[in-house]
Design a protein around this ligand. Sequence first.
Ligand code: 13P
Ligand code: SF4
Length: 408
Amino acid sequence: MSTDLGLPGLTADTAGSSGTGGFAEPSPTAAALLLLGRGSDPDSERGVDCPGDLPAASDPGLVERAEAARAKLGDRAFVLGHHYQRDEVIQFADVTGDSFKLARDAAARPEAEYIVFCGVHFMAESADILTSAKQQVILPDLAAGCSMADMATDQQVDEAWDILTDAGVADVTVPVSYMNSSAAIKAFTGRHGGTICTSSNAKRALDWAFTQGEKVLFLPDQHLGRNTAVLEMGLGLDDCVLFDPHKPGGGLTPQQLRDATMILWRGHCSVHGRFSLDSVLDVRDRIPGVNVLVHPECRHEVVTAADLVGSTEFIIKTLDAAPAGSSWAIGTELNLVRRLALAHPDKTVVFLDRAVCFCSTMNRIDLPHLVWTLESLARGEVVNQITVDEQTAHFARVALDQMLALPG
Ligand code: 13P
Ligand code: SF4
């Protein structure tokens, strides 16, 4: 089901289903649909209004203003851009990357006073945790959250751990949390001896976790957890159970928890959740010989039907290495797919689904927000700073450091 967001050409999928259990996914919070950084929702992982006096989007001088402010800031600022950011923003990024690369890049810039994170809230939180106390991390629009991260709150996860404890399995369970989670969930993970993972190191994280315990609690993306366990670790679908935080006992019996190897949290990405098996079959029909390349946040039946699966960085490298004349249908966010199509005029590059789908929260960061941010910083006014409290940051860092130390 798609919801009209009131923005030209933008829709957000609010339902989705995994196709592996016949259940309906929980909806992201209504806050995920707040427009252009206005309004607030304290329940969301990313918080509140953008207080800025933004320049008009129609201002023809925005690019020059961003260039001037950027030049004035020089090495004092470091601008990171996730691959799903708009072209108008990505042109100002000092580095681009997937979540893993950007976390490392942020940690490797101790001399930059301001880390301007063009991505979403959980990425900026991770950057704050990984950078020094004198560096300030800025998110140009505070409403740039992630509906998947909102699907696991710290209270829900603490309750889930109590349920695992009552079932007698908490002692042998290692939490593995996707980067796409709040700092509080990362801290839970660190406190319980687990690790963070991203889409580019999920297998390595699971390999490590199974040296530490017998079971994994995988948060919050069921699809990345299931796809990695089944397609890369050789586990069966019936080794995985789905923990639904909205149901008593997670919707599972203590015996089901004891029998499972992977306990998957019932969360998903509303952007990748819209790709279906039909999208794959349809594109194979339309473009003979097409290579289907998808992100592991896609549902299991989509990933199984695809030719290749990998993180945004993997998708970019695969296209770079592909021969001229080859055809590609890409199952990930549309800003990245559009850029890939433009960068490879010698190849056919199409979006896997016929319907347009940007990540509505990644798209909140636009040129007016970036100009406002850079100009504010250039005159010494720090805006939209993301800070994680010390105790949360301590345990979240334990889990993030564990990820950065994974072998390979
Ligand atoms: P990666 O950039 O790690 O592939 O993650 C995709 C994503 O959904 C980020 O929000
Ligand atoms: Fe979250 Fe999905 Fe958007 Fe990534 S693409 S920020 S997982 S909603």
